[in-house]
Design a binder for this molecule. Structure first.
Ligand code: HAM
Length: 407
């Protein structure tokens, strides 16, 4: 036995049924809001993340799967989508507003636990080229729609603005001064960050009590960031989306400015287990080499965490399981199975050459809503159907089965 790599998962039935529901709902919502599919490489150059996500971030410092390929290039298994998608936008020479949706595995070398994996799956939405606060609202609205669509209720939105580079230059000095004053009480990690990444100290779990009195970015926004944030807030209110202001939320990646947000579910106790997060990243394009600024805002949602909060599927796995009482009718049964599948029903069968008892067992195990039994009536164009949940049984002409199933 060769076991799987630590921190990775085999996602198999029945659990995988929830994944199918989630990925379909994501695809549907993305399409309804005009987000086209982006299918992105898993491998990117290491430099993309070092510059885009930021060399002083935890992701780049400690968590990347980086190696040299056979040609001596340093490549990295993507730890997130955003830097790669903005790279693709620039590399394809795109311009104007482009809205993209992506789904796939990410890789971060973390201490594995439930909901914290080394290979994990994200669904991701990026609205590139749009500085308008309405785009921020749209991204949050879509995320909430997705949670509702897959039956994860009561997800709360934690919202903040960290201002833009100009606002932060002044604020960072204030924060550094404060942190230096309390540095004796800070963890070693946070003390190290005072110089290179002081904002990260704000959302350090270990130092929550010490930073509770620190100045927060929200109180130091310039007029443009402040009015942008006010518009995001009123947009959310118009959309009927409740949110909480989280003044110490700064997010772990360097490319953000202005709006940042995270989603939390009461299904999880640990404060670390956000279902997703995102924000505005107007500086990112230039960080990865664009000569002109390109605005952007997006979100990534963690599929393992959403699935863990999802209820079991209410809808049966199959619409119909076809059982054949007599092998001599297997051939025409096969044609009918093919016809039903072609008409959009979810259908399975054993091929009809096992005992009827064995076929019923298989039907039970299959999670089908209905068993259709092909017996003697078949020769007169009829089939017997039985709803497994209620035991309701009927015989009918095969042309009527579709309408009966719909009921
Ligand atoms: P992030 O906060 O690093 O943001 O990750 C987003 C979500 O991915 C997290 O809230 C969590 O649900 C999930 N996640 C992260 N790490 C793990 C892990 N080790 N195991 C399981 N789930 C995990 C980003 O990745 C940004 N690219 C989001 C974004 C998109 N910002 C703008 N556009």
């Amino acid at each position: 036995m060769i076991p799987r790599v630590k921190g990775t998962d085999d996602i198999l039935p029945p659990e995988s049924a929830k994944w199918r529901t989630l990925l379909r709902a994501f695809d549907d919502i993305a399409a309804r809001y005009g987000y086209d599919l982006a299918v992105m490489p898993v491998l990117e150059t290491t430099e993309l993340f070092a510059r885009g996500v930021g060399a002083a971030t935890e992701v780049v410092e400690k968590q990347m799967y980086t190696f040299e390929d056979q040609g001596g290039r340093s490549v990295t298994l993507r730890p997130e989508f955003t830097a790669g998608i903005v790279r693709a936008y620039l590399e394809a020479g795109m311009s104007g507003v482009v809205k993209l949706a992506a789904a796939g595995p990410q890789f971060r070398y973390e201490q594995p636990q439930k909901g914290r994996r080394r290979q994990f799956y994200q669904v991701d939405l990026e609205c590139i080229g749009d500085p308008d606060p309405r785009a921020d609202v749209e991204i949050i609205e879509m995320s909430q729609r997705l949670f509702a669509a897959v039956g994860v209720p009561e997800v709360s939105v934690h919202l903040n603005s960290i201002g833009d580079a100009g606002d932060r230059a002044e604020y960072r000095d204030l924060l550094r001064n404060y942190l230096r004053r309390v540095s004796g009480d800070l963890s070693a990690d946070s003390r190290r960050r005072i110089d290179d990444n002081p904002l990260r100290v704000l959302d350090s779990k270990a130092d929550a009590a010490v930073v509770a009195g620190a100045p927060v970015p929200l109180d130091h926004l310039g007029p443009e960031s402040a009015s942008h944030f006010a518009a995001v807030r009123s947009g959310l209110e118009e959309a009927g989306i409740p949110y909480e202001i989280a003044p110490r939320l700064v997010r772990g990646l360097d490319y953000y400015n202005r709006t940042v947000f995270e989603f939390f579910s009461p299904a999880f106790e640990a404060a670390q287990s956000s279902l997703g997060g995102g924000g505005r990243y107007d500086p990112l394009a230039e960080l990865v080499g664009s000569r002109t600024a390109v605005a952007g805002v997006g979100v990534a949602l963690g599929c393992e965490r959403i699935v863990a909060a999802m209820p079991n599927p209410a809808r049966p796995r199959l619409d119909v399981f076809v059982a054949v009482a007599d092998t001599q009718r297997s051939g025409t049964a096969a044609a009918w199975v093919r016809f039903l599948r072609g008409s959009g029903w979810r259908v399975d069968w054993t091929g009809g050459d096992r005992s009827l008892k064995a076929q019923f067992k298989a039907a039970d195990r299959s999670g089908a809503a209905v068993v259709a039994i092909i017996g003697e009536e078949w020769d007169a164009g009829q089939v017997r159907v039985k709803r497994l949940a209620t035991g309701e049984e009927a015989a009918m002409n095969i042309e009527e089965v579709g309408a009966w199933l719909k009921r």
